[in-house]
Design a protein around this ligand. Structure first.
Ligand code: TYD
Ligand code: MG
Length: 457
């Protein structure tokens, strides 16, 4: 039993729908009649679980002038994996809490055991698992050939006990796998319920800030795609990383959703092999494995994920539709944007596709979130519609506006250099992205509006 809790904290039940509070749980809220909306909440916090006091544990907070606050640069330790460091914003920050989310079986435990084993060579590390037995973890570590002699394991699911042990051991880095299996003794609800997950996280965050231990939390993702239970978890931690990957593909992408110490949307690329997760340091190369000869509907886009340019293939298929409402399907892109681009193409280019199904796909399971993909989508659709292939050595990027103008996107130079590096010969870019000095081996064509595009293609 943890020593921290002297008295059992009181809990009450709050309706998620109307906010009414009840001393007992019931299936239906007697105020607003909502079913299954009552959620356990703590009435008072036991000592040690206060989430405030400036993370220092002091009971009397003081007002400080910003200039008085010591602001030495946060201490970062490299994790030994450049791709993981990249998504963390340049290494692991002392006392930070990082939430790693993703579907079951995507490789969260594998990544963390690999990282922790590597870190254990120079730092004090602790792997808390509520999912796998120490035997399973050890088997996996041996199979992956990891240096396991210094890595410490703790099979435990009670947060109070975990924190009591961690306080004694003072690890530099601790992994909690997974937050859904953890529970706090303060609440009666089952592990994995919203209130348990929230309270357990709050205690672990508080511990991290107090002790300077960097904590990785593993979180499973619900069917709806949000980090299990509550999005509220994302507000409590410093950094949220999200594992993405297509079923059947060996590539795994880690995306930064939130980072208090660095840029978001940063992308780390890994490949799942029989020897665990391997870094992919040149991701452009893997997403570009296309046929030697170009086919209609395929184009290369230079996108930018976080701080790095990435070459990806965008494919479109335009086909006569038997439906009254032709389909507009996108994979890896936003569907509304496709509808918008087709409207622009019709209104300003006179090319209508309302009797056609349009499918657009980004090859390799990458998800593109920026508008620089507009021009590529538009040209790919056009190419498929006209059944005319585009140049083999061509790359494009650019945003398309509603008036048919082609708008510039950030970091044009860098994108073009990346394309030249991979041997591309031609680029079609927005006028304002035209490089000041020419780039060796790359012929750049600037377009200002849709009619320019239709003229050259
Ligand atoms: P795991 O890290 O256990 O997933 P999570 O913790 O996110 O639920 O990953 C398990 C999957 O990874 C499993 O389907 C098998 C695969 N895998 C490999 O292909 N190679 C390996 O070396 C390892 C350890 C796992
Ligand atoms: Mg796991």
């Amino acid at each position: 039993m943890a020593q921290g809790i002297k008295k059992q904290a009181k809990s009450h039940y709050v309706c998620r729908a109307c906010g009414a509070s009840f001393p007992k749980w019931a299936g239906q809220c007697s105020e607003c009649q909502a079913w299954n909306a009552l959620e356990e909440n703590l009435t008072s916090h036991a000592a040690g679980t206060s989430r405030f006091a400036g993370y220092t544990g002091e009971t009397s907070p003081q007002i400080l002038a910003l200039a008085e606050v010591e602001s030495e640069k946060e201490a970062r330790s490299p994790t030994g994996s450049p791709e993981l460091d990249r998504v963390l914003g340049g290494g692991l920050v002392e006392g930070s809490v990082v939430l790693i989310g993703g579907d079951p079986g995507i490789g969260k435990s594998t990544l963390l055991i690999q990282t922790l084993a590597r870190l254990s060579m120079k730092l004090h590390t602790l792997y808390v698992s509520g999912e796998e037995s120490p035997r399973q973890i050890s088997l996996r570590a041996t199979r992956l050939g990891l240096p396991a002699d210094k890595l410490q394991l703790l099979p435990e699911t009670c947060v109070e006990r975990i924190i009591a042990i961690a306080e004694r051991e003072c690890p530099h880095v601790m992994v909690v796998d997974s937050i859904q299996t953890m529970y706090t003794e303060l609440l009666q609800s089952a592990p994995g319920s919203v209130s348990q997950v929230r309270e357990a996280t709050a205690q672990l965050v508080h511990f991290a800030k107090r002790s300077g231990t960097a904590v990785f939390l593993v979180g499973h993702v619900t069917k709806e795609g949000s980090l299990a239970g509550p999005r509220v978890l994302e507000h409590m931690v410093d950094c949220v990383l999200y594992f993405e990957g297509e079923a059947g593909s060996q590539f795994r992408l880690i995306r930064t959703i939130k980072n208090r110490f660095g840029a978001v949307n940063e992308l780390g690329v890994f490949a799942m092999t029989d020897k665990g997760l391997k870094e992919v340091s040149n991701p452009s190369a893997i997403f570009l494995s296309r046929q030697a000869e170009t086919v209609p509907g395929s184009i290369i886009l230079v996108t930018r994920e976080g701080t790095r340019p990435l070459l990806v293939e965008v494919q479109a298929l335009v086909d006569e539709s038997p439906l009254a409402n032709p389909r507009r399907v996108t994979l890896g892109l936003e569907q509304n944007r496709l509808s918008m681009l087709l409207a622009v193409l019709h209104r300003h280019g006179g090319i209508g596709m309302f009797d056609q199904d349009v499918y657009v796909n980004v090859v390799g399971g990458v998800r593109i979130t920026e508008t620089a993909s507009d021009l590529a989508v538009l040209m790919a659709a056009l190419s498929s519609f006209r059944d005319r292939p585009l140049d083999h050595g061509l790359v494009v990027f650019g945003e398309v506006g509603l008036t048919g103008e082609i708008r510039p996107v950030p970091n044009g130079q860098e994108r073009l250099r990346e394309a030249a590096k991979h041997g591309f010969k031609r680029a079609i870019v927005p006028k304002a992205n035209l490089p000041k000095q020419s780039i060796e081996g790359l012929q750049v064509t600037a377009v200002d509006n849709l009619s320019d595009v239709l003229e050259i293609y």
